[in-house]
Ligand binder design. Sequence first.
Ligand SMILES: Nc1ncnc2c1ncn2[C@@H]1O[C@H](COP(=O)(O)OP(=O)(O)OP(=O)(O)O)[C@@H](O)[C@H]1O
Ligand SMILES: [Mg+2]
Length: 161
Amino acid sequence: MDYRATSATVEQTREWGKQLGACLRGGDVVALIGDLGAGKTAFAQGVGKSLGVTSHMTSPTFTFQQEYSGQLSGTGTGTKVRLIHMDLYRLQRPEEVEVIGVEDAFEEDVVCLIEWPKIAEDYLPEIRLEVEILGSGESLREIIFRPRGPEWEQRIVDLNI
Ligand SMILES: Nc1ncnc2c1ncn2[C@@H]1O[C@H](COP(=O)(O)OP(=O)(O)OP(=O)(O)O)[C@@H](O)[C@H]1O
Ligand SMILES: [Mg+2]
């Protein structure tokens, strides 16, 4: 089932990311889907905030991925995790997914956020959360949470969207 939220401002989109962040655990993979300027990075910044990341998070378009240290704020509060934020926009062929080591991020101590995940879809864990953001410019955003796997389903239900 899909869970739909709306966001009128960039701050609200960050807030949704922050709310999701509070239920994240090590090993989680979240695919962030949406057009250029939809708000994927803004959402990722909110996740970072809930994990205690203090440095400013930008889209790692040229470096493909950026790692931050954080700690869980929900279940297992205080447990250290690495937040790996990827942006695969500039990848052109699925083989490049292996070259840049996307799969190395699917570890128990990592929360992994992936912008432009489509090119890597054959490599992504089946159990994951997809978050799609519709809208651009200054228009209202629709944020769709799509749990992939029953465990995610329960966690999204608990978000009370
Ligand atoms: N409701 C909203 N939610 C998110 N961003 C919004 C909203 N309203 C306006 N914006 C603006 O839209 C832009 C979203 O940029 P952001 O970098 O987060 O997009 P993105 O999806 O990561 O794009 P890209 O694919 O280029 O990485 C920001 O400039 C932000 O201020
Ligand atoms: Mg981005």
